[in-house]
Design a binder for this molecule. Structure first.
Ligand code: GLA
Length: 406
């Protein structure tokens, strides 16, 4: 089977599954990808710069409105779904039902909150959402720091925008999804993940200014340079609704307040000496990561545009060191993955995403990919860590409507 046919078969399966569970064909199928962030971690909620790209792995939703029925969301997943990485999975084919007239997070099973949250955010903007049935499928690994949850939000948001004829543009849909995640799910995240999923284009990374929300597509053709970007999923699961992520958001806000700026975006490298005097040591370390990371995004974009992807390795390495030493979001498994990849000849490597687990990325020559993968696996075995999942990724297309035709 060719890849296009395989894809069409899986969409057909989703459509057929929808008919079995809910009766009738869906109104359509929408897909939204997960993401890898090439550079710019935790800079988004500091109004700084990020450089993610959309993956080819995506969440897919088959959706039908039920305008004449009760205003209820009925949602099921084709396989066990655990977008929050909490271990509270949906059972395949189990239907969760929620009353849309008074949506409360506490009334929604955790895995379905990303979906329900998007409906809630649309309601907050004055859109009336009638009864709706959703069947979900996804091949974005969950809990791996690849934004499986944002992929679900974006797929549902795009579907509902079209079905309700709401006329919301993609930049605004990013904010709808962020509101769902911040205020319904309860994770105080920025706009990185949803922007990559909704605005990404194949063969490009997305250079985004999270303050102005202006973005630019930066060519990233790894294959043309005989390069691959390996994702190393450490299998250490994170959750941003709790703990560490919130503390970091607070630390950054403290740092900005201490320096008298609206956001750490406004602090340049030249103010770090002063920052070290004004702030306590722990807050200063957090601030230094954000300030240097913003600069690394600019440097990476410039390097990609002038020297090509082979020249960005040192920025990847420096970013990892900064997240490990200054921001405190790495873990021993991520450090081992990065170090083993570097020692086996990667051009550069870093953890990607929110941290506390999830995945690392390593930029390697096609010819060295096998050896780097083996080196990482051997290091994990030697340390007694769970075997990692290692796979190559390329920048794929952003969220879109799909058809079941090959
Ligand atoms: C998570 C959040 C993003 C961003 C990253 C860290 O993925 O959802 O908004 O803050 O962490 O860069």
């Amino acid at each position: 089977m060719k890849p296009g046919e395989k894809d069409a078969a899986s969409l057909e399966q989703l459509s057929a599954g929808f008919a079995t569970l809910f009766g009738g064909r869906p109104d359509g199928i929408w897909a939204a990808p997960g993401r890898v962030n090439l550079m710019g971690e935790h800079t988004d909620y500091n109004e700084g710069f990020v450089l993610p790209f959309a993956l080819r792995n995506s969440a897919r939703v088959a959706v039908a409105l039920r305008p004449s029925g009760p205003a209820r969301l009925r949602v099921a997943s084709l396989q066990g779904a655990d977008p929050a990485g909490t271990g509270q999975t949906a059972l395949a084919g189990e239907i969760a039902e929620v009353d849309l007239d008074r949506l409360e997070p506490a009334d929604v099973v955790p895995w379905a909150r990303y979906l329900a949250g998007v409906i809630w955010a649309l309601q907050q903007r004055g859109h009336h959402v009638p009864g709706v049935d959703v069947l979900l499928d996804s091949d974005v690994p969950s809990g791996a720091g690849l934004s499986s949850s944002a992929a679900i939000e974006c797929a549902v948001a795009l579907a509902l925008d079209e079905l309700l004829d709401a006329g919301i543009d993609r930049e605004e849909l990013v904010l709808v999804c962020q509101q769902a995640e911040n205020d319904f799910v309860g994770a105080p995240t920025g706009i990185l993940d949803q922007s990559a999923s909704l605005l990404g284009t194949a063969g490009h990374a997305l250079f985004l200014d999270c303050r102005s929300r202006l973005s630019r597509q930066v060519p990233l053709d790894l294959a043309a340079e005989s390069l691959v970007l390996l994702v190393i999923d450490t299998k250490v699961v994170h959750a941003h609704e709790s703990g560490g992520y919130k503390d970091l958001v607070a630390a950054c806000a403290r740092g900005a307040a201490g320096l008298g700026v609206p956001a750490l975006r406004d602090v340049g490298l030249e103010r770090l000496v002063e920052a070290a005097e004004v702030l306590d040591a722990a807050t200063f370390a957090r601030v230094r990561h954000i300030v240097t990371e913003n600069q690394r995004v600019l440097d990476t974009v410039a390097a990609l545009e002038t020297g090509g992807p082979r020249t960005i390795g040192p920025f990847l390495d420096a970013s990892h060191a900064s997240m490990r030493d200054d921001f405190g979001i790495s873990c021993v498994e991520l450090d081992a993955a990065v170090e083993a990849a570097q020692q086996a000849g990667a051009f550069g490597a870093r953890m990607t995403g929110g941290g506390f687990g999830g995945s690392a990325i390593a930029l390697v020559d096609v010819a060295a990919a096998e050896a780097v993968g083996t080196a990482v696996r051997e290091r994990f075995a030697a340390e007694g860590y769970r075997p990692p999942d290692i796979f190559a990724v390329q920048p794929g297309a952003g969220a879109r409507r799909r058809t079941t035709q090959a």
